[in-house]
Design a protein around this ligand. Structure first.
Ligand SMILES: [Fe+2]
Length: 668
């Protein structure tokens, strides 16, 4: 008879304990133990650490997995159990860690693998290999792909966040689902009474009281500066969507701006001269061309596909100098200028900000962070078994992503969802835009260093998104490179890792729809390729999501700065717009507050927020990765301090990419 000592750590989160019966079975290369009950009188309470002895007839050999199983107490009483980890002391004197960090519901079974990471061809033991294959087989049955809409990335085949398998449930509760509703947010904002009001606002100042309980420094800044050119230009670099602007060295043919139009804005210089100096920039919303606005509260809404020309002046300010609201030039599509009437220019900028809502929410937020994060999550769960080092590396980065995306599909972009109901780009246009965005998505656009150089923005001043983002990219890249180099010493190891190759192949076919033109790899030949891709994955789901997500209420809470829908068509001639036209065009009272509720909801911190660099599941147990994680956390801490120092000198601090504000995963 030999004895194995099992130490069970119950999580210290709320309701982690259980009175259910927990059963355990140890499996090794030589034999397996009987299924044994871990009954104890007091149950497993929150934060408890308990030791048990498992008697076996003979040594089990190398331990391969631990099975946990839960049954109701007395056949009746049951509650979920959150187990952090199991540690097993073997008769040979080894201590082996089996990370869990999962909920176990009654009649559910969890299979825990040892923390030591291994690649498929290193697991030479036949039983371990079989378990690896069995785990993937089970995972592939649990996590299936589904077509959400033709021409867009595939999603998880699951209709309800609460019915997701325990492997990805984390501390998610029904309550989280309850709070994920625009109605609940309306109540929290104390705006429920205005939700059905179809009246126009009489003037902009009427909006002030509805923000009274929900102010932040940035909202107040928006309120004060929203119609100033300097702030309008600033937002192309450091606002909610810092991804649209690009250097302009020749004017698009459909944007016939002349020197006469802009020479006042250029201090007497010409467009050609300023283009040569690299001071002219463009934001072109052609992706929105010909999309028809939604019908909101029975009323047609209007979308435009503007072109915006910007000038970076000698003081380093980015200023708009010309706006054309539709793509096809012509007499009925004037080019608006800062020298036009105040109302004409203001309304042109409002249409641009509404176009910004469409491309930001659908392309840069939904597609390029949420849907891609879901692709990475499903591909990881289906193709990388728990001992795989990349599974361990990516696990913190998939937290809550499936839940949040299922809830967004059910409650925001579903037929009666809040975006479908209240956004000008909602409904059919959203699907069309999502398809267009997917069709034009490229690998280089997702890799920040490539993206910045493709857009010609290497030297533009005061571009804090780029400055902080590049530093973050480099820190993530350094960590990923060191960690993956520890497991893959040679390119050939990358090539023969069949699990890894299946992972990237599924990402290519299910996420990027097998489009070679995307530049996304369909296989990996070198370690260098792998490091770059994994850096992109982690950057996308953490930093990039934070940059385009966390400021939604900051920049959008003041509605005129980010109107969700516009009720009048764009002006066809100059000189017709008045302040009244502007109020008639902006969303009515009900649409405004419902839009605010959605933005408030989308900007919320998740229930248990883990900033970048945290590995709450402690899935690694070896010295090298643990040391690398420590170094990674130190680098992130230094960057956070650096950003904090820089922000002290800014009129409007740029905080979104401070590592302390960046979540590990797409969790909201
Ligand atoms: Fe988000």
């Amino acid at each position: 008879m030999v004895i194995y000592t099992v130490t069970v750590n119950t999580g210290d989160r709320l309701l982690a304990g259980t009175t259910s019966y927990i059963y355990i079975q140890l499996r090794g290369t030589e034999d397996e133990s009987d299924e044994q009950s871990l009954n104890c009188v007091q149950g497993f309470w929150q934060g408890s650490v308990k030791d048990f002895q498992i008697d076996c007839k003979a040594p089990l050999g190398e331990l391969i997995d631990v099975q946990l199983y839960s049954k109701p107490f007395m056949g009746l009483l049951y509650d979920q159990w959150f187990c952090d980890k199991i540690t097993i002391s073997t008769p040979e004197g080894d201590k082996i860690l089996f990370p869990c960090y999962n909920w176990l519901d009654w009649n559910e079974r969890l299979a825990l693998r040892p923390a030591k990471a291994s690649l498929v061809f290193q697991d030479t033991n036949l039983i371990a290999q079989k378990l690896r294959m069995r785990e993937l087989d089970e995972q592939q049955k649990l996590f299936r792909w589904r077509v959400y809409a033709e021409g867009t990335p595939q999603v998880i085949d699951c209709d309800s966040a609460c019915s997701l398998p325990p492997e990805v449930r984390f501390s998610f509760t029904k309550e989280s689902e309850f709070y994920f509703s625009a109605g609940k947010q309306l109540a929290l904002l104390k705006l429920t009474g205005l939700a059905d009001c179809r009246k126009s606002w009489e003037n902009i100042s009427q909006l002030e009281p509805i923000l009274c309980d929900n102010r932040s420094e940035t909202i107040e800044y928006c309120q004060e500066h929203w119609d100033e050119d300097e702030f309008f230009g600033y937002q192309f670099l450091n606002g909610l969507n810092p991804m649209m602007i690009q250097l302009c060295s020749t004017l698009p043919e459909n944007f016939p701006v002349t020197d006469d139009m802009v020479k006042g804005s250029l201090g007497g210089s010409s467009l050609e001269q300023e283009m040569e100096k690299g001071n002219i920039f463009l934001s072109d919303y052609k992706m929105l061309d010909e999309l028809v606005g939604n019908v909101v509260s029975g009323r047609q809404q209007y979308l435009t596909a503007p072109l915006v020309l910007l000038y970076c002046n000698p003081q380093g300010m980015m200023l708009p100098i010309a706006i054309q609201l539709r793509q096809k030039p012509g007499e009925d599509n004037p080019i608006f200028l800062p020298t036009d009437s105040k109302a004409d220019w203001k309304l042109a900028k409002i249409f641009v900000r509404n176009a910004e809502f469409g491309v930001h929410e659908v392309d840069f937020h939904l597609l390029r962070t949420h849907l891609l994060a879901e692709v990475f999550t499903v591909a990881t769960l289906r193709n990388l078994p728990s001992p795989h080092p990349l599974h361990k590396l990516l696990f913190p980065h998939i937290r809550y992503t499936l839940q949040i995306n299922i809830m967004a599909r059910n409650q925001l972009i579903s037929k009666d969802g809040a975006i479908t109901t209240y956004a000008g780009v909602g409904g059919e246009s959203l699907e069309k835009l999502l398809k267009r965005a997917t069709a034009s998505l490229t690998y280089s656009a997702l890799c920040l260093p490539d993206n910045i150089s493709e857009r010609g923005l290497e030297t533009v001043p005061n571009y804090y998104y780029r400055d902080d983002g590049m530093k973050l990219w480099n820190i993530i890249n350094k960590f990923v490179a060191a960690l993956l180099s520890h497991y893959y010493q040679h390119d050939v190891n990358v090539q023969k890792d069949t699990e890894l190759q299946s992972w990237i192949s599924e990402i290519f076919t299910k996420g990027f729809l097998g489009r070679d033109s995307s530049g996304i790899p369909s296989s990996f030949q070198t370690l260098k390729e792998l490091i770059k891709f994994v850096t992109m994955v982690i950057f996308t789901v953490s930093a990039q999501h934070a940059a385009v997500n966390n400021g939604q209420f900051d920049f959008g809470g003041w509605m005129p700065n980010y109107p969700t829908a516009l009720r009048q068509p764009p002006p066809k001639e100059k000189g017709q717009t008045t302040e009244d036209t502007i109020m008639e065009t902006l969303p009515d009272v009900g649409t405004t507050v419902n839009g605010m509720a959605v933005l408030a909801l989308l900007s919320k911190d998740s229930a248990d927020h883990y900033p970048l660099g945290n590995f709450p599941e402690h899935l690694y147990d070896e010295e090298v990765p643990c040391k690398l994680i420590e170094d990674f956390q130190k680098d992130l801490g230094k960057l956070a301090d650096l950003i904090e120092e820089r922000n002290k000198k800014l009129e409007l601090p740029y905080t979104y990419l401070s590592p302390r504000n960046v979540d590990n995963s797409v969790a909201i």
